[in-house]
Design a protein around this ligand. Structure first.
Ligand SMILES: [Zn+2]
Length: 289
């Protein structure tokens, strides 16, 4: 048997809902160092599928901030809003495989996982009533070997349910878009915040249904604010200041359990950080700034 050697490709995929804050800088830097340490490519992708949430100007602001910190995509920045045809094609493939059903349940009815009420109701996939479309999970369990957190197992009806791939408002759901993008871009590893660990089994199910190998996942701690909640644009986390890029990068390195560096310029700082990068030193628990 010959194994196909794939070029290591990592990515950072911000939503343009505001400028880059310290928490997203940490994720960007971690994904950059982890792939660069193995000579791979680092890609930036804009998750701009939700127009009402998008802040005008945020896309270019984020790219400018990343560049000020020496973080530049090795390929053209892909935008989800320009990838709709690819998502629809993948959705059609899943429909052809009978993996998809329509659901008209009110979304707020389910706190955690969806118990499959509409599985066997046979609602029309195309109708004037614009139902949501769900993916039918058939695997008895879904397991993950996370690069950072180790083994995780999810079981349908315990902590896993059929999930939405196309929303009632006809927007493609995050889980499907992100998997189609990562397949399209040849992404071999996904470094992201541990707050996204719960979305991983859904993505693994989609990889399996689309007959593609999943990337290696690494779920790193997310940066918490002083109130203990995740730093986010929605809660008004401040934008990182470009003129303090060296301090910001050192603060991010420190958060990731790495040694801080004395370099006076950004390229040499990143160079040293790549050489010294050791993911085993990243803390396992959520971190506070
Ligand atoms: Zn339903």
């Amino acid at each position: 048997m010959t194994a196909v050697i794939r070029q290591p490709i990592g990515r950072f995929a911000p939503s343009p809902t505001g400028p880059l804050h310290f928490g997203s800088l940490v994720t960007a830097l971690a994904s950059f160092l982890n792939i660069k340490a193995r000579g791979g490519l680092w890609l930036v992708r804009m998750e701009d599928l939700d127009p009402p949430r998008e802040v005008p100007g945020a896309q270019s602001e984020i790219l400018t901030q990343l560049a000020a910190h020496g973080l530049v995509s090795d390929r053209v920045v892909l935008k989800q809003s320009e990838s709709i045809e690819r998502y629809e094609a993948a959705l059609q493939r899943l429909i052809d495989q009978a993996q998809i059903y329509a659901c008209d349940c009110p979304r707020k009815r389910f706190v955690s996982h969806y118990p499959g009420y509409c599985r066997d109701r046979g609602l029309a996939l195309e109708s004037v009533h614009q139902h949501a479309l769900r993916f039918r999970i058939q695997a008895p369990r879904i397991s993950l070997k996370d690069g950072h957190l180790g083994n995780h197992v999810w079981h349908p009806n315990e902590n896993l349910g059929d999930f939405i791939v196309k929303r009632r408002d006809q927007l493609i759901a995050y889980q499907l878009a992100v998997v189609v993008d990562d397949i399209y871009q040849g992404v071999t590893e996904v470094v992201r915040g541990a707050d996204l660990l719960d979305s991983t089994p859904y993505q693994l199910a989609l990889y399996q249904a689309l007959s593609e190998p999943p990337p290696q996942f690494w779920h790193f701690p997310v940066v918490l604010g002083s109130d203990g909640s995740k730093l986010s644009k929605q809660t008004g986390a401040p934008a990182v200041e470009d003129h303090q890029a060296i301090q910001n990068l050192n603060r991010a390195l420190e958060f990731l359990g790495q040694a801080t560096l004395n370099s006076q310029d950004i390229p040499s700082l990143l160079e040293s950080a790549i050489t010294a990068w050791d993911p085993r030193r990243v803390p396992r628990l959520l971190g506070r700034t």
